[in-house]
Structure formats: C-alpha cells, structure tokens
Design a protein around this ligand. Structure first.
Ligand SMILES: Nc1ncnc2c1ncn2[C@@H]1O[C@H](COP(=O)(O)OP(=O)(O)O)[C@@H](O)[C@H]1O
Ligand SMILES: [Mg+2]
Length: 493
C-alpha cells in the first residue's frame, strides 16, 4: 500500500465528516469523474492564447463565464452573461488539471504579496439573508484556495497561517507574531469587520489587509469605501474584479470586444444599460416594455440570482412592474447591507435560451447555461468547459416561473432540498454534448472567444479606476485608443 501522510486528510473524508464538523458539504466527485480529459485537453489547446504582456501575470487567476445558448438560426448563438471571478463555486467539479492551474496561480499571487504580519482575505459567499443564513456548501473548495494562498505566503516568508474571521472575533484564534495570515470569512461579515483608516489602508483586527480573493467582495468593499481605499496598498485578486462583480461592466466589455472583433456564434451587439436610481430603473424598464423589449434587471455586485427580475409580459401593469422593482431593491438592500439598494443596476435583454430537448432525460424541458472557466497557466490563458447548469424547474412558456428561468446552481440548492450536482451536467463529456445538441467545434469556438474576451478584460484593467469613477457619476467611458487600434489591426490581419 502506498505511504500516505497521516497528517493529510482527503477532501472525500472532510466531506463525509462535514455534518459533524459544522454543516453538510456537497460532493461533486461524480461530476468531476465524468469529465473526459481528452475533450478537456482538446478545448484547452484550441483556446490557449498568451497574455499580451508578462507583467499582467499577477493580475489574473480565474474567470468562470456564464453563457446562455440560443437557437435563432442554423447553429447555436452564445451569450456571455457574466464574467464572475475568484469567488468561483464549483472548482471541485472541474477536471483536476484546471484546478491545479488555478491553485498554482493563487500561490504565485500570494507569494508576490507576502509581507510579515499582513493579511490576505478569502471571502466566501453565503449568509446573505439574516433570518435564514445560507451556509456555503462548497466550503471545502474555499479551503483548497486558502491552503494555496498560505503555501504561496510561505514560499516568500518563514511563516504563514490560516484563521477564520469567526475565530478572530471570538478570541478562539489569534494572529501569530511575524506570520502572514489568510483570513477566511463570509463576504458580508468581512465587509463589516474591515476598517479603512485615514491613510486609505484596510485593517482587520489590528492587521493590515493587503489583498483579497473574491471579485464580488473586492467590488463591494471598494463601493462601500468609494475613493477611500488606496489600490497601491490593497490588491484585488483578480485585477478584473470590477467586471467580475458588476454584470453591466462585463456586458460593456463584451459589447466593445464583439464590436471590434465580430464572431460567428455570437451576437453582433450586446444591448444593455446602467441605471443609477430607483426612478431611472423604473422609467427605463417601462420604456423598454413600451418598445416591446423583454428585459432582465440585475443589481450591482450580487450573486445567486439575488435581485434579478424578468419583465417578459408586455401587458404587465405599471403597478406590478414597480412592485417587483421595489422587491428587488429591498431584497438586495437587506442581503448585501447596502442602504438604498445595490445600484447601479444593469438592464439587459432577455435571451430566450435553449431548453434541454431530450425525451426521457430527467431534465428534459429545463433551461440551461454553460460554465466556461477561463484560467491562467503561467503566461497563457486557457478555457475549460466545466458544466451545464440546469434550471431547477421545467420551462413553461405559458406559466413563467422564476425558478424555471434561473440556472444558478447555488440558488437551486437553496430553494430545493436537492444537491447542486443533481442540476448540472459535466461539459467535457460527449453524452452531455449530445443531450444539448452542441458540437465539439462549436464549444471550441466558444472557448476561443472566452479566452480572447478575458484577455481584453485584463487589458482594460488600467482604466478600471476611471470606470469605477464613471459608474459613480453615471457616465460611460470610452475604450482606450491603443486597445482599439490593436484590436482593429488584429481583425484585419
Ligand atoms: N439576459 C438574460 N436572459 C435570460 N436569462 C438570464 C439573463 N441573464 C441572466 N439570466 C438568468 O438569471 C440567472 C442569474 O443571472 P446571472 O447574471 O448569471 O447572475 P448571478 O448568477 O450572479 O445571480 C442566470 O443563471 C440565467 O438563468
Ligand atoms: Mg451567474
């Protein structure tokens, strides 16, 4: 029998014991085991592109894209609806090679940020609702990330440690003198516990915070202390966190990218707009309704479908529209602790996405979306199709239910008693491709665009400050001429 380190527990063991340790964790092994490594490698190689510049290496770890599929003509049309970021849920259903690349990037980034007695945060989504706080069922995935960060810190320093925000708060855990520390905590609680001083530095329980993993948390922290955080003293991991956390920014980047580099299997333009107040939100939804558009509203810096509303009925009364908008604002205000709601909201067009059409399949008739994870390996970007996320309810056009329109796995595992894994299909898998009627070449094309789009987002990091400022004032900002020129050259080459 091979020797195994008696001090190391397997993920499987931790998951098995989890109900006794705290709360039950979700096992995604069966999805991971069903990923076909041949397909994964094929798509990985087809999509690999170099970063434009070696200096961008520390700016990016991972972006799990959400992609809707529509069927308008002969083939599928792909709609990227979210960039997401290092708060990724579901690394444990990805092929192991891709997880290893992500943890290696985290190690590198942590080694680069390591300083004695400084803190890196690992922010975890959950506990949004006070009355019924959601515990994260993928906590073990976060621990993989925490371990990678701590190892990276130790590469540069003598000592590093991992503690929890709870432990620091209750006095059960302490910062070790001299050690760099990874603090794991829920987003909402970390947002409350972090203090910003007059030098624009962030502090947590007496130590300076120099970086944080989780795009949405970074965006929320910067939004909460707008203009008061010095980005020379604090590194959001990813540097693309604004687009990772704000769906509207991700749309803007996508629209700019597709305008310069039209792609087959993608829409020509991505219609969307940012709105900055309740009045503007109501007026714009009503205006779009009058124009016959089907609209989706998305709050700023939220997840798990929170606050997303679909306006699909052209005859819905103004009172009902306003009531649903107010419900969204109130919910996000409460869940995300933001007075006045999580503005700016993004308005976008509803994509009437594909349903699984496979008679006899247990998820026949359900809507789905694709998760394509773009990650960095050294100086390259690569894509890994991870899963198809399937809505928990069958799609019924005559009786539209919100749960039939939301393909968010965490949402499903909260609103039903089922495991997330029951509503996902491994994407590196020929049977799944057949079920979804998608071809290997079509996914390859999607993966290529995914890495190019993320590379474009990385190139725009330099103007993120301006974008944040613009968001504050409600204006749009132009893409820099240098980037425009390069894209135009690339297109004509
Ligand atoms: N433009 C759209 N058209 C149709 N459905 C959408 C659209 N945008 C989002 N959705 C649905 O809402 C869900 C959540 O939206 P998303 O933007 O991914 O936010 P999050 O997952 O962060 O809550 C998606 O999984 C999808 O089912
Ligand atoms: Mg999503």
């Amino acid at each position: 029998m091979p020797f195994s380190d008696p001090h190391q527990l397997s993920l499987e063991t931790v998951i098995a014991a989890s109900p006794m340790l705290g709360h039950r964790l979700e096992d995604r092994t069966r999805i991971r085991d069903a990923q076909d490594t041949k397909l994964q490698k094929l798509w990985r190689d087809a999509s690999t592109i170099p970063l434009r510049n070696a200096s961008q290496q520390m700016d990016f770890v991972v972006a799990p894209l959400d992609v809707l599929v529509s069927r308008e003509g002969a083939g599928p049309v792909f709609h990227i609806i979210e960039l997401n970021g290092t708060g990724i849920g579901g690394v444990s259903n990805m092929p192991s090679e891709a997880i290893a690349a992500v943890t290696e990037s985290l190690r590198e980034v942590a080694a680069n940020l390591a300083e004695p007695e400084k803190v890196l945060l690992l922010a975890v989504s959950g506990k949004e609702c006070e009355k019924n706080p959601r515990l994260n069922k993928l906590m073990h995935e976060k621990l993989i990330f925490a371990q990678a960060l701590a190892e990276g810190l130790r590469e540069s320093l003598d000592d590093s440690q991992i503690v929890t925000l709870d432990g620091l708060g209750s006095g059960n855990q302490h910062y070790r003198p001299g050690a760099a520390t990874v603090v794991v905590g829920y987003i909402k609680e970390l947002l409350e516990a972090c203090k910003v001083d007059s030098d624009h530095k962030i502090w947590l329980h007496g130590r300076q915070v120099v970086g944080a993993v989780n795009d949405r948390f970074c965006l929320n922290l910067l939004s909460k202390h707008l203009g008061k955080i010095d980005l020379a003293e604090f590194t959001p991991i990813n540097g693309t966190f604004l687009a990772g956390g704000d769906k509207g920014l991700a749309y803007s980047l996508l629209d700019e990218y597709l305008t310069c580099q039209p792609q087959t299997c993608f829409p020509e333009r991505v219609r969307h707009t940012h709105v900055h107040s309740r009045e503007e939100l109501i007026n714009t939804v009503l205006q779009w309704q009058r124009l016959g558009r089907r609209t989706v509203i998305k709050p700023h810096g939220t997840g798990i479908g929170h606050g997303i509303e679909f306006f699909l009925n052209p005859h819905e009364s103004t009172a009902d529209v306003v009531a649903r908008i107010d419900h969204s604002i109130e919910l996000t205000e409460a869940y995300y602790g933001v007075t006045g709601g999580t503005f700016p909201y993004t308005l976008c067009e509803f994509v009437d996405s594909d349903v699984i059409s496979s008679p006899g399949h247990r998820l026949d008739g359900h809507k789905y979306e694709l998760r394509i994870v773009v990650y960095r390996e050294g100086l390259s970007l690569r894509a890994c199709p991870s899963i198809a996320k399937v809505a928990s309810q069958r799609y019924a056009p005559q009786n539209l239910q919100r749960d039939g329109l939301i393909n968010n796995i965490t949402h499903t595992s909260v609103t039903t008693t089922a495991d997330g894994a029951d509503f996902m299909l491994p994407l590196c898998n020929r049977k799944t491709l057949q079920t979804l009627d998608l071809g290997i070449d079509q996914i390859a094309q999607l993966c290529c665009v995914a890495t190019q789009y993320v590379r474009f987002a990385i190139e725009c990091i330099g103007q993120m400050d301006q974008r944040l400022e613009a968001m504050r004032h409600g204006s749009n900002i132009e893409m820099p001429q240098s980037v425009l020129r390069r894209m135009t050259v690339a297109q004509t080459a």
